[in-house]
Write a protein that binds this ligand. Structure first.
Ligand code: SF4
Length: 366
């Protein structure tokens, strides 16, 4: 039943005791770390706030992960609780509390990759609507029963009431998703192995307006494979480079090694990129082949060479790089994981993550 515009409370529930939950991480499936671990600001709630305000809702948005003591009222006629598979039990308990406090409000439970837990959510919260998927605009349209707005026409993410956290990093999307076939990847569960992009002009405009409004220390371009469409990426970087100084901020990107051509690295440096997060994952042949990580026609030797060349280009341009590896990938071995580490051993910034299989878990599906 569509809801008429009214007041809405959007909440990122607090981290469960003793841990930090980053519900924006791992493609939106959520990452749990020991307390104090890295957490992205609640970008999905900022997007939903924008989509609901455009529909004339009076919105209160709270990120109780970054601001656990934030106060919020409970008198709205719509409550949206952002949940993640990684903390689903605690998140549903929080949503139940909200519903008890405001029994007449429509309760929406929103997360990514939750289709298969629909029965569990229905049992725990029979009064709730479960919405699964990354697209805040689609959720807002479903709530009020109207059309999904074209991506070029959508408002910027609205950060009113939401914290950027102690690092003051502001996330931004340009091209969500990925069409590569790495079998271990959580991002494609969130986005369905499709690209959900917008024009360089539209993204540059949001970059400019968010920097002017929030003065972040850094903009984080969240695309999992920045530069997968190189001409599109070069257009965006050119627009950022030519923004006036009031509208510019240092930014970081993440990508895979094959995208880092000389041309792209030069453009990144010229536009103000200050960090490249580089997903290498492994050098182990059995894991690379079985995981379908290699591009068509590429050998393992080619892959290693693409990593070497990418790192050399970044170094030449003095662009800091953080490489990401995964231990425990299917068809990998501890010895192979150690060998990958050793091959990169002289690098300062290496993040190693134990692999968690999103698809093997029957509770995770698009
Ligand atoms: S390139 Fe990265 S984002 Fe794309 S499928 Fe592979 S791991 Fe996932």
């Amino acid at each position: 039943m569509p809801l008429a515009p009214g007041s809405a409370l959007l909440v990122n529930p607090p981290s469960p005791r003793g841990v930090s939950v980053n519900r924006e991480g791992f493609g939106g499936l959520g990452v749990v770390t020991p307390a104090g671990g890295f957490v992205y600001p609640a970008h999905s709630l900022a997007e939903l706030q924008a989509a609901l305000r455009r529909r004339r809702f009076d919105v209160e948005a709270k990120d109780l992960v970054l601001e656990p003591r934030a106060r919020y009222s409970c008198e709205q006629n719509l409550i949206v609780v952002r949940v993640a598979h990684a903390t689903l039990g605690a998140d549903l308990a929080f949503a139940a509390q909200c519903s008890t406090r405001v029994p007449d409000a429509k309760l929406v439970v929103w997360g990514v990759g939750l289709e298969a837990v629909r029965p569990e959510v229905s049992r725990a919260l029979p009064q709730a609507l479960l919405h699964t998927g990354f697209d805040a605009e689609a959720l807002a349209a479903a709530i009020v029963g109207d059309e999904v707005l074209d991506v070029e026409l959508r408002p910027d993410a609205d950060w009113r009431g939401l914290s950027l956290g102690p690092t003051q990093r502001l996330p931004l999307w340009h091209r969500r998703g990925c069409t590569h076939s790495c079998r271990w990847c959580p991002y494609v569960i969130a986005t369905g192995r499709r690209i959900h992009g917008r024009s360089p002009a539209r993204t540059a405009l949001e970059f400019q307006r968010q920097v002017a409004a929030h003065r972040p220390k850094r903009v984080v371009i969240r695309d999992p494979v920045f530069g997968s469409d190189v001409s599109d990426a070069l257009l965006l970087l050119s627009r950022i480079q030519h923004l006036s100084s009031n509208f510019r901020a240092p930014f970081e990107i993440e990508t895979r090694p094959e995208c880092l051509s000389e041309h792209l690295v030069d453009a990144l440096a010229a536009a103000g990129c200050v960090e490249v997060k580089l997903g290498i994952e492994t050098f182990e042949e059995t894991a690379l082949v079985a995981g379908e990580r290699l591009l068509p026609g590429m050998s393992v030797a080619d892959y290693r060479e693409s990593v070497r060349a990418a790192l050399a280009r970044l170094k030449l341009r003095h662009l800091p790089v953080r490489v990401y590896l995964m231990r425990g990938l299917p068809h990998s071995t501890p010895r192979g994981d150690d060998a990958t580490m050793a091959a990169l051993g002289d690098m300062e910034e290496i993040s190693v993550h134990p692999w968690r299989n999103p698809e093997a878990d029957p509770e995770m599906s698009a």
